[in-house]
Write a protein that binds this ligand. Structure first.
Ligand SMILES: C[S@@+](CC[C@H](N)C(=O)[O-])C[C@H]1O[C@@H](n2cnc3c(N)ncnc32)[C@H](O)[C@@H]1O
Length: 205
């Protein structure tokens, strides 16, 4: 799958039409690399933005843990499915909104409105230009001292699909505007693979 296909809205809409299936990135549960952070953290509340949220497992997990979450994806098909799943949940301790938005064209209301941005599996598929733009956008949506969490595939890739990102490149993209708190190896999607991903936690300066 090449990058232009990865990033076309029509391509994702087609992928997300029909019945939900477990495939590539859809593991049918919140990402372990995310759960670990909040299992081991005293943080219990805050406003979280989840860009490119897919089926919404990570967003629902965060709302169950008491975070106020806005999650968006540019695929209307997948947002419809995420909303249906939320309706079936009774354990949410905080607000959870799913919206259809494009990461590169976010509403002004997102500006300075979040304590965390949790991004999983998107950054790795962006071009250099888009990654720079993404960092600029999340810097704008985070309030003072807000944290960016990115879970992405590492380079050189150990698994099929996008090539991934070097640890040094992650540092380069984020360090001008963020204090890097952690870049750790994580398992990206499948248990049978080695730790093929990286988890960044960075605090806005
Ligand atoms: C590889 S999937 C990861 C989905 C989810 N984060 C997960 O880990 O299960 C990338 C997601 O980002 C969405 N996406 C890609 N480009 C986007 C954009 N420009 N704006 C909003 N969502 C986008 C896709 O529709 C897709 O759901």
């Amino acid at each position: 799958m090449n990058r232009s296909k990865m990033q076309s809205r029509q391509w994702f809409e087609k992928w997300y039409s029909g019945k939900e299936k477990v495939f590539a990135w859809n593991i049918g549960r919140p990402h372990k690399g995310l759960v670990e952070i909040f299992d081991n953290s005293p943080l219990k509340s805050g406003r979280v933005l989840v860009p490119g949220c897919g089926f919404g497992y990570d967003a629902i997990f965060l709302a169950e843990r008491g975070f106020d979450v806005v999650a968006f994806d540019f695929s209307a098909n997948v947002i419809k499915k995420a909303k249906l799943r939320t309706k079936a949940k009774r354990k949410l301790k905080a607000s959870l909104k799913f919206e259809v938005e494009d990461i590169y064209n976010l509403p002004d209301s997102y500006h300075n409105a979040f304590d965390y941005v949790v991004e999983i599996g998107n950054f790795q598929a962006m071009s250099v230009k888009e990654r720079r733009e993404y960092v600029r956008i999340i810097t704008a949506v985070l309030g003072r001292g807000g944290r960016s969490i990115v879970i992405c595939k590492k380079y050189p890739p150990l698994t099929p699909g996008p090539k991934g990102i070097k640890k040094s490149s992650l540092k380069k993209y984020f360090s001008p505007a963020f204090k890097i708190e952690q870049i750790e190896p994580v398992l990206m999607y499948r248990k049978s693979y080695p730790a093929d991903g990286l988890r960044l936690i960075a605090k806005k300066k």
